[in-house]
Write a protein that binds this ligand. Structure first.
Ligand code: ZN
Length: 171
């Protein structure tokens, strides 16, 4: 028999905003960090004259993201992301641009590799990953791992474009 005295609290939670309710992360602090990035994403937009661009889609969730970047003197001066997606994909894109801006392309690849290792193989997050470690909780939700990885795969594609250009340019 269902307990009648729980009726009140169930009714009260019915109006919770969708992004928060859909977040597959139980830790309160981590949820807050993810939602902060979702509400005010770092690096949202498009680089005006990008050196490289790439886009990706996650059909399982409907997320879409495009990444544009500009390199100057061997560093990623600007890394921007644009598109529409769930809280996890947008927060991950925000943290991605925050984490890799100012780094060399090889360092950016290394962070992407570690982030993927954390989500796909359960590797320990490292210090330079910063806020990214809060996405570790997504590991328990295989469908949402694709949301978190989407902007990173687009970044890696854009870095491939950048490498290809440089290879030809100096040849
Ligand atoms: Zn998603």
């Amino acid at each position: 028999m269902p307990r009648e005295d729980e009726e009140g609290s169930r009714g009260a939670s019915a109006g919770v905003a969708a992004p928060a309710a859909a977040l597959p992360v139980t830790d309160t602090l981590y949820r807050e960090v993810i939602l902060e990035h979702y509400r005010a994403p770092h690096g949202r937009g498009e680089v005006a004259a990008p050196d490289a661009a790439a886009a990706g889609r996650n059909p399982l969730c409907g997320d879409e993201v495009s990444v544009t970047l500009r390199e100057e003197a061997g560093r990623l001066e600007e890394v921007r992301h644009q598109g529409c997606g769930c809280a996890i994909s947008v927060a991950s894109a925000s943290m991605m641009s925050e984490a890799v801006e100012g780094l060399g392309p090889a360092q950016a690849r290394e962070i992407a590799r570690r982030f993927k290792g954390m989500l796909l193989e359960g590797a320990e997050p490292t210090e330079e990953m910063g806020d990214l470690e809060v996405l570790e909780g997504v590991r328990s939700y295989p469908v949402r791992i694709k949301c978190a990885l989407l902007p990173w795969n687009a970044l890696l594609d854009a870095l491939d474009v950048l490498d290809g250009k440089e290879g030809r340019g100096h040849g």
